[in-house]
Each structure stands twice: as C-alpha cells, then as structure tokens.
Design a protein around this ligand. Structure first.
Ligand code: ACO
Length: 352
C-alpha cells in the first residue's frame, strides 16, 4: 500500500478458548406442554430445537468458571498468568460488585483488573474490543474475555414470544499480548500494511456501534427508573420484553452493515474470510445476513439449534466448539459479529 508504514508495536491474539453450558436440556416440548406453541413453530421460526438451563440460584460466575479454566489451560497458561478479566453479561451475580470480581475470586486471581461490560448480546464483542485496547495500552498481558448469561432467570415463562428463545451458557477466551511483530497498532489507521492482515495472527480491528433510540424494543424495564413495587412485579417488569419483529429486521441489517464496514476498512473481501461467527439469536437471522452479504452457508457456523440464544455467550461458545471440531485452523480469518439490546452491535476481524 502506498504510504504504508510498518510499526513494531503491541497487538493481541486469542490463545485459548473454553465454554460451559448447564447439563439440564429443555426441549421445545417443555413449552408446548403449557403454552400455545409447538416444536414445529419454534423450529421453523427460530431454528431452535433445545436449550440448556441452569438450576435456580446458579450464579453467572459459577457458570463462567469452568469455561475460563478451559480457556486458560488451552492457552497453555495457569491462573497466575491472568492479569485482567473483562466480562460481558446482563445477568450478573448481584447488582454489584461486578461478576468479573466474583469470577476472579473463584479462579483465585488477585492481581490485575476485573470489570463487567453491559452490551446485552453484543457483550462479548464489546468485551473483546475493550480487552484488546487495554492490552495495546500496556494494561495487561493475558486477559480473560468472558461472555456469560443466564436468561432462564429473566424470561417470563408465560410469554411465548420470548421464553422459547433463550438458553444459559458461558464462553471465554484468553487474549494475549504479542509484541515484536509488524502488526500495526490501530489496524484501521492509514498505516495499515496490507500484507499483515493476510499473514499474522491477531485482532485486526473492530467496530462498536449503538443507537439508544431503540432501547425500549428489547429491555428488562426494572431498575432505578422503575423500582420494584408490588405493581411493577405484577406487570412483570423484571422480565425481558421484546418487539421480536422489529429486532429481527434491525439485526439482519446491522450485522450485514457492520460486517461490510469492518472488512472494507481492513481491505479484505467477503470471499477472503474463512468463517463468519455471528451472534446466535435465530437461524433465520443468520441465513438472511449470509444471503445479504453473499456468504455461502457453510461459512456461517450455527449452534442455536442446541443452545438457543445465550446472549453474550454465543460467540465464545461457537469459537470453542469450532476449535474443538477442527473447523478453525491456524491462519484462518474470522469475522465475529453481534447485535443486541440497546440497540448495540459490532464486529471484530481476527486472524487465528
Ligand atoms: N409459538 C407460536 N406462536 C408464536 C410464538 C411461539 N413461541 N411466538 C410468537 N408467536 C406468534 C405471535 O403471537 C404472532 O401471532 P399473531 O400473528 O396472532 O399476533 C405470530 O406468531 C407472528 O409473530 P412474529 O413476532 O411476527 O413472529 P416472527 O416470525 O417474527 O418470529 C421471533 C418471532 C422468533 C421472536 C422473531 O421475531 C425473532 O427471532 N426476532 C429476533 C429475536 C432476537 O434476535 N432477539 C434477541 C436479540 S439479542 C438480545 O440482545 C437479547
């Protein structure tokens, strides 16, 4: 590239992945037994066949711990090597402190930083981008990036439009600092060296987006603006509420737009990407996005059929499964993308 400058700098790469889902399988028949719905409707409209739910009282940090231990071990590290935790969730252990702090204590880590990110289903993309920026600014060497959510506790079991969609799960990656390579800081700068994106492992860049005008289309309305009272509890304000059709339309458009934007800025074509690992909310959203972008379906891994929508956990769970199955190979170029409440959305381009 003309005027490109290669800079010796710090970057980050994913070194290990892990996941954990609860043992309890909840089939579509579970809902058909007490609601006006059917296995056929749920499969056809969402692609979901089953999901996993935790036992009541399970905390997000408890579900995340095994996923993190697996990621740390896959990275060839120990808990003593971890010096930061960035955790995406909207179903925290408590209101405060952060679930990341509870998780840190469970793992026996006492150094570095730990905090939560609230970006709903985009939580992992936001957390990964934040961790990458912290590593590049010298704040950490091996950072756990976690996505965990337990929506079984925040869905209204009598709302057929939402209760069938969600599952519980956790996924984690270890994001590690790498130095001395010619990967250019701020991969989207004018100085991006074209050759780098094709040869060196690491995070090449990301884009985070939000538009709060749509906040009420997907929310749990209880909070400081709407404190719990007998009336608000009776109304179910502590449960997730969603305008499904609106979310669907926005999801397809935003995932396609942010994917294109990240690839354009990196000078990478859709064809060059090996896998598009996208938030697992609904199989039809994934296939519509793929069609929109001209991506062959085999490049879009899908596991929403087995786990439902696990919100911030979907992307790290897909990453862990694809790695286990040998579907991700060293050198592959991955485009991760998600959209969720807020609305918030984003994408990250990664060379494995
Ligand atoms: N079983 C049977 N019928 C149902 C069910 C169900 N489980 N759920 C809704 N219906 C009915 C509706 O009541 C409606 O009936 P009506 O026509 O008599 O009013 C009919 O099905 C059609 O409803 P739509 O909402 O138009 O159905 P649609 O095909 O859009 O599917 C769905 C609904 C699956 C919720 C879809 O809109 C969707 O997946 N939206 C996006 C959801 C999503 O991605 N959410 C998460 C974002 S991530 C996050 O941040 C948490």
């Amino acid at each position: 590239m003309e005027n490109s400058v290669k800079i010796q700098t710090v970057a980050s790469e994913i070194r290990g992945t892990g996941m954990c889902v609860p043992e309890r399988v909840v089939s579509n028949e579970h809902f058909a037994a007490y609601l006006e719905t059917s296995d056929e409707w749920i499969r056809e409209r969402t692609g979901i066949e089953q999901r996993r739910w935790c036992e009541k009282g399970t905390s997000a940090s408890a579900l995340a711990e095994p996923a993190c231990r697996e990621a740390i071990s896959a990275a060839g590290l120990t808990v003593n090597d971890i010096d930061g935790i960035v955790l995406g969730t909207v179903t925290p252990d408590n209101i405060f402190p952060s679930t990341a702090c509870y998780l840190q204590a469970r793992l026996g880590i006492t150094n570095g930083f730990a905090f939560d990110v609230n970006a709903v289903c985009s939580g992992f993309i936001y957390a990964l981008t934040t961790a990458d920026a912290l590593i590049r600014s010298g704040q950490g060497t091996n950072v756990l990036v976690v996505g965990v959510d337990l929506y079984s506790g925040i869905i209204d079991p009598n709302d057929r439009g939402t209760c069938v969609l969600f599952g519980d799960g956790a996924g984690a990656v270890v994001l590690s600092r790498k130095q001395g390579e010619s990967l250019v800081d701020g991969a989207f700068g004018d100085h991006l060296a074209q050759g780098d994106v094709r040869s060196i492992s690491g995070i090449y860049g990301s884009e985070l987006k939000a538009d709060g005008r749509f906040a009420d289309l997907l929310c749990v309305p209880m909070g400081t603006a709407n404190p719990p009272t007998p009336d608000s509890l009776k109304r179910g304000d502590h449960f997730l509420q969603m305008q499904g059709r609106e979310v669907f339309k926005f999801a397809v458009r935003s995932l396609a737009d942010v994917t294109k934007s990240v690839l354009d800025r990196a000078g990478v074509s859709v064809e060059e990407v090996d896998l598009f690992i996208s938030h697992q909310a609904n199989k039809r959203i994934l296939l519509s996005m793929a069609k929109h972008l001209g991506i062959p379906e085999e490049k879009v891994p899908i596991n929403v059929d087995r786990y439902g929508n696990t919100s911030a956990a979907t992307i790290p769970i897909v990453l862990a499964e694809c790695e286990r199955e040998g579907r991700i190979k060293k050198g592959d170029l991955l485009l991760l993308s998600a959209v969720g409440g807020g609305f918030s959305w984003g994408a990250v381009l990664v060379r494995w």
